[in-house]
Design a protein around this ligand. Structure first.
Ligand code: ASP
Length: 341
């Protein structure tokens, strides 16, 4: 029996994928997205019905702000019942942040929301844009429904809140170090059904409140404790993501630990996330992480920095009590983390 053609919405937000070389300015500028099928006529031959929605002012994703995430989530919310899936064209620079944020904002997702972009603009001869876009459409229209916020790039489909942009020069720009690939596309498209999330039966809930009073510090040998202290004293700061070494290790220096401890006493939540892409934070494995545990630093387990920031913005945006945020942060909400050790 022939399946009914799926209906997809392609949302264009900006990024390299939608840019062309301007002969006048010699820089990359967004092209008229209305003419996408002139650029990729193959889109007319896919077995699905595609509609397009372009943001009024396409942006380089380095300009993404939480308000943009809200705008994007609202587009999906408004069109949710009309489509079987959504393809979001987005710059690669902050794609992992946006995909992470959307994964928390879109609760009870039962349809695919797949982000893609490209390293070379659509008009470039060796562009990766065409293949990325066409395959993303095929994945979003797949009979095996992938009810997640994902990123498709090169030949792999990743869980959005598990992915990181790891290279700005290779075509396979993304990695998911701590979670298996959801689908792989070569000659055949193989969806790894065992690792994709279960379709939610609940009604889609779109959370639009985010609190960006969060900070991020990557520690390094020689880091100035006063910089950490003043960051932690930022007005209204709710939480700090501390990027530590290896499995969650940091200096044992009294001044450093003291500054963190005082902040925790003032009510600032501190989350320990590793600088390593792969592996997890295990507070207490080494002497250099036991102090963090003792003063109340929360382990981020194997969460990515991008997902940790997005999760904190989402949780603090819900007007929850600090204790509740603490509890929920350590819980896997959207497949973003494995069990915290
Ligand atoms: N700067 C661009 C962006 O993130 C890079 C890209 O799209 O790959 O919007």
């Amino acid at each position: 029996m022939k399946m009914k053609a799926k209906k997809l919405l392609i949302i264009y937000t900006g990024g390299t994928i939608g840019m062309m070389h301007s002969h006048r300015s010699k820089t990359l500028v967004p092209f008229d997205f209305g003419a996408i099928t002139d650029q990729i006529p193959e889109l007319n031959h896919l077995n699905c019905k595609i509609d397009y929605f372009a943001f009024k002012s396409p942006i380089d994703s380095s300009n993404v702000q939480p308000s943009f995430w809200v705008e994007l989530a609202m587009v999906i919310e408004k069109k949710y019942n009309q489509y079987d899936g959504f393809v979001v064209l987005h710059g690669t620079d902050t794609m992992a942040y946006t995909a992470s944020a959307l994964s928390f904002m879109l609760e009870n997702l039962s349809k695919p929301v797949i982000f893609t972009g490209s390293q070379l603009p659509l008009g470039a001869i060796r562009t990766d844009a065409k293949r990325n876009l066409i395959t993303t459409i095929q994945l979003a229209a797949s009979d095996t429904v992938i009810p997640e916020v994902c990123i498709y790039f090169s030949s792999q489909l990743f869980r959005g809140n598990r992915s990181e942009k790891y290279t700005s020069s290779k075509f396979d720009a993304f990695e998911s170090y701590n979670y298996p690939i959801l689908a792989e596309t070569g000659v055949h498209i193989v969806v790894n059904t065992d690792v994709i999330r279960k379709k939610s039966t609940g009604k889609l809930l779109v959370h639009k409140k985010l609190d960006a009073n969060i900070a991020l510090i990557k520690i390094y040998p020689g880091i100035n404790v006063e910089v950490i202290d003043s960051t932690l004293k930022t007005k209204n700061l709710k939480a700090l993501v501390l990027e530590t070494f290896g499995s969650g290790n940091a200096p044992t220096d009294k001044k450093f630990i003291g500054v963190l401890q005082q902040a925790i006493k003032r009510g600032v939540m501190i989350v320990n996330v590793s600088q390593c892409g792969g592996g997890a934070v295990e507070q207490g494995k080494y002497e250099t992480s036991i102090h963090l545990k003792e003063i109340g630093v929360i382990s981020g387990g194997d969460i990515t920095t991008e997902a940790a920031l997005a999760k904190l913005m989402f949780l603090f945006g819900q007007n929850l009590k600090a204790l509740e945020v603490r509890k929920l942060f350590q819980k896997d909400l959207r497949g973003e983390m494995s069990k915290v050790i």
